[in-house]
Each structure stands twice: as structure tokens, then as C-alpha cells.
Design a protein around this ligand. Sequence first.
Ligand SMILES: NC(=O)c1ccc[n+]([C@@H]2O[C@H](COP(=O)([O-])OP(=O)(O)OC[C@H]3O[C@@H](n4cnc5c(N)ncnc54)[C@H](OP(=O)(O)O)[C@@H]3O)[C@@H](O)[C@H]2O)c1
Ligand SMILES: [Zn+2]
Ligand SMILES: [Zn+2]
Length: 360
Amino acid sequence: MSFEEIEAIGICDWNKLEPKRFTYKPQYLRPYDVDVKIIACGICGSDIHCIKGHYGKPFLPLAVGHEIVGYIVGMGAEVDKKKFAIGDRVGVGPECDSCGKCWRCEHGIENNCEQMVTTFHGTYPSGVHSQGGYANYVRVNNKFAFRIPDDLDTISAAPLMCGGITGYRPLLTAGVKKGTKVGVSGIGGIGHMTILFAKALGAEVTAISRNDKKREIAKKLGADHYVSMEDAKFPSEFKNSLDVIVNTASSFSEGRVKSVMSMMRPYGKFIFVTAPGAGQKLELDPGFMILGSYSVSGSAAGSPEEIDGMLQLAAAKQIKPWVETLDINEKNVTQAWKRMEEGDVRFRFVLTGYDKCFGN
Ligand SMILES: NC(=O)c1ccc[n+]([C@@H]2O[C@H](COP(=O)([O-])OP(=O)(O)OC[C@H]3O[C@@H](n4cnc5c(N)ncnc54)[C@H](OP(=O)(O)O)[C@@H]3O)[C@@H](O)[C@H]2O)c1
Ligand SMILES: [Zn+2]
Ligand SMILES: [Zn+2]
């Protein structure tokens, strides 16, 4: 099967966060592309940054969404038939294409390719724009489609395609294992999945949040400790308590990064996934960094191999994000974005009901 037009829901005006239906012509089917009929898509914090113009305003209309699960309904002639068949259930995350030629791609870290095409808001070398998963179909390079293990249900798998891998990868690269003292700062979509993965790896987990509101729910997620940044004892009484901090807060603007970092023991690793608006800076105090012998790094989603590994681990340990499902339509997407901005979701929205919206 191949198609000329895809139906989507997205923004048509940067000043109005009211998504509307539109159709678009996808990038032509390359020999190594697959066509995916979408059945679910999570709403990531990056969707909100993007529609608000934080990543620039390159084109309209624009459909976001990069926590996609669907079925393969078409593929190019060169797709390995041992890897994929029509009808396979696959996930697609924040990346849909990379150059395939640079040092990074040749070393299997396509998530760091400087010419990558993001699943939405990107532009292919042909000049065609990429559109995301608030749509009936998506066409992607098969390298960025991942088979969902049979033991993982679709609704749980969707948020893992971005939030799951983004939260898991820092734990993997920091060598988190049984007993590692891990702090997770920012308990939203990615933060809550980071807690679930850290617990599955046997870590002792501290949830760090801007206020006290999530104390009980963090415990239910499995966090061993909770630190509110409003606590009068923060950060002084919590110093030297953590080996690794994964910073998933959506902004550095509140200037609390140094206080959170001071919770680390010397040689601690602070890994941020925060992708704030263009121009926002992460400020580091050299003396503080030297005295703590701290490491600071950023982390982008995950490589294809890491994504496969994350999905296997999630299936084996039955790691299930906490989600609220919503039928995809203009009204529900508007509401979901509004509630995301207000932090009113525990912890991820997943759009479903695609056939009701777009037909079969
Ligand atoms: N690196 C990557 O590959 C990658 C991939 C996907 C997303 N991201 C980025 O990761 C970040 C988190 O995404 P998400 O989906 O988890 O978002 P989310 O569900 O909205 O959660 C973000 C959390 O950040 C905290 N927060 C909210 N507003 C804040 C502010 N003004 N200042 C400081 N903290 C604030 C809140 O936690 P508390 O209330 O607990 O403090 C909130 O729950 C976003 O910046 C997103 O763009 C990065
Ligand atoms: Zn995302
Ligand atoms: Zn590359």
C-alpha cells in the first residue's frame, strides 16, 4: 500500500494553540522506508515546546507527536523482509531519518547525527517537511521503526518511544545498578518513567520536585525518598546523598540547577534531558564543579540499539507508564495540551481512537 495524502491534526497558526485537521503529502517512499498506520501516540513535553514556537517556527500546518505505535502497512523494496513484514506492530520515536553516512551514524549513534530528521518539525534533504503522530499514517526510514515486543501492550509502549528511552538512557550510560543512589528531578512524563526504570535496575531513587504536591504519588511510583525544593532544609540537608541525577525538568529558568546538583556526592553525574526553548542557557559555576569533581552531560533519546534494549527490558520487567488515554480529535488535543501546560496529567496522555477520527 502507498498513499499520496495523510490526514493529520495540528496547528495552523503560531498564535493559536487550537489544532485543526489538515492533509499533507508525505516524503516520497524511498526503498528503505516503511509506512505505519498509527493506532496510538503519546503527548510528550516536546510537543508543547514545539507548538509554542520554542524550537523555531519553520512551517505550518504542523502536526506534532513522536511517541507513535502502529502497524506496518507498506514498505520500500529494500526493507529487510527478515526484519519487518506487513502487519508488524512497531513504535517510532523522535527521529525518523538520519544521514547514514557521518561518523555518528556509522557508529550506531544515529540519535546524535547532526543531519537527523526529527519525526515532526524537521525537513528531509528533499525539502519535504516531517509531520508527527497526530495523524493516520507516518512514513519513516525503517531504521527508526522498532518492533514492539508481544508482551508490551500498545498503550504502555507508546510513551516509551520517547519518554521511556529518554529517561532510561541516562541510567544506562551512568552505569546505574542495584544500590546506585539516583535522583530524578522533575516528576512529569519522562521523570515518572525514569523512576520506573531506575527501580527496575535496583537503584535507590529520590524524586526531586518543585514543591510537595507529588510526594504521595512519587511513593506509589516506587521512589524511596522525596525532596521538595520548597523544603526549608533544601538543599543543605540533602547534600552528598546521590551518585547520579537525571534532570527531566522542562526548563532551567528557575535557576535551581545548582541546588539540585549539590545533592550529588563528589564524582556524581548530572545528566539532563531538558530541551528548553532556544536561547535558554544552563549556567555552571566552575568552582562548584571543580570542588565536586562533577560530570555534566546532555542526553538525546537513544540509539536504535538502546531503544531495542529498552523495549526488551520494559517487556521483561513489565514497566508500564501511568497514562490517561484520550480519543484523538481537535477538542481533546486542545484540552490535553492545556492540561499538560498546567501539569495536570498523571503522567502521560496517550491518544487513541484513530479509526474513529480518521476512518479505517
Ligand atoms: N533529550 C531528549 O531527547 C528529550 C526527549 C523528549 C523530551 N525532552 C524534554 O524533556 C523535558 C521534559 O519532558 P516531559 O515530557 O517529561 O514534560 P512534562 O511531562 O511536562 O514534565 C516536565 C516536568 O518539569 C517540571 N517543570 C514544569 N515546569 C517547569 C518550569 N517552568 N521550570 C522547571 N521545571 C518545570 C515539572 O516537574 P515537577 O513539578 O516535579 O517539578 C514537570 O512535571 C522537556 O523539556 C522535553 O522537551 C527531551
Ligand atoms: Zn519526546
Ligand atoms: Zn549521520
